[in-house]
Design a protein around this ligand. Structure first.
Ligand code: IPD
Ligand code: CA
Ligand code: CA
Length: 266
């Protein structure tokens, strides 16, 4: 494992300890509503502090973009992107599908990624050019051709209700052609599962950088494709994302595109 990934793993495990410490007592947590359907608890904040602390110890000059703390300025050539708890709504309901997501971008390009599910003890890691791994075993995207027999992941735009109608049109376009569609509630894990061949494809509207940065590298290093709604690589900017193995990626784009409102074309 690359030494930088080792640091990120240490940080993710520190956050995982915080997450597991409280997972049976979520009713005792103080929960704030950041915006519509967007919750944060002291677990998110404490886990994020634990991650930043480990990263700062090893790389004091690097800059950081973390969901709860925002931007921490430093050397812009190296930026850590952190989601301390992806799947907060699941976590707050005791639904065990959530993870820590950490990525390093070098000159804007993701080079190292860690997604850690502390409940299932699943650690997904990737470094650019070195493949993707689940608990040290190499993982790859599926080989499926077309949508027949595929299992596709998605997310509902519950934080962006203005896109719901448009989203439902894309859903209707995909639904008849696949074996199943899953909305598991943690985008970072959706992308990690795609990398691990548990899903064949994925699409979602309105994600944030911290939901996707680590998962995007995992998908690519597992042989998959990820892009915005026009198939280009602006997904970190637009927040709109499609991913899959080569063929599923192409077919999903074709199914989704005709149903997009103008502001969602990218
Ligand atoms: C959310 C999850 C969810 C996705 C939302 C994200 P959070 O992240 O990834 O699956 O549908 O758009 O915001 O708020 O739990 O870190
Ligand atoms: Ca998230
Ligand atoms: Ca989060």
């Amino acid at each position: 494992m690359h030494p930088t990934v080792n640091i990120a793993v240490r940080a993710a495990r520190a956050a995982g300890d915080v997450i597991l410490r409280y997972h049976n007592q979520v009713d005792l947590l103080t929960i704030e509503n950041k915006s519509i359907n967007d919750f944060v608890s002291e677990v998110d904040k404490t886990a994020e502090k634990a991650i930043i602390n480990e990263i700062k110890k090893a790389f004091p000059k690097h800059s950081i973009l973390a969901e709860e703390s925002g931007e921490i300025l430093g050397d812009n050539n190296f930026q850590w992107i952190i989601d301390p708890l992806d799947g907060t709504t699941n976590y707050l309901h005791g639904f065990p599908q959530y993870a820590v997501s950490i990525a390093l971008l070098e000159n804007q390009i993701p080079t190292h990624a860690v997604i850690y599910d502390p409940f299932k003890e699943e650690l997904f890691t990737a470094s650019k050019g070195e493949g993707a791994y689940l608990n040290d075993e190499r993982i790859r995207v599926t080989m499926s051709n077309g949508l027949e027999d595929t299992l596709i992941g998605t997310g509902f735009p519950f934080k962006h209700p203005q896109h719901l109608d448009c989203y439902l049109e894309t859903f209707k376009a995909i639904h008849p052609h696949v074996s199943g569609i899953r909305r598991a509630g943690a985008a970072a894990l959706d992308l990690a599962y795609l990398a691990a061949g548990r899903l064949d494809g994925f699409w979602e509207i309105g994600l944030n950088k911290w939901d996707m940065a680590a998962g995007a590298l995992l998908v690519k290093e597992a042989g998959g494709f990820i892009g915005d709604f026009s198939g280009r690589d602006q997904y970190m900017e637009t927040g709109n994302v499609v991913a899959g193995n080569a063929d599923v990626f192409k077919v999903l784009l074709k199914k989704i595109h005709p149903h997009l409102s103008e502001d969602l074309q990218r």
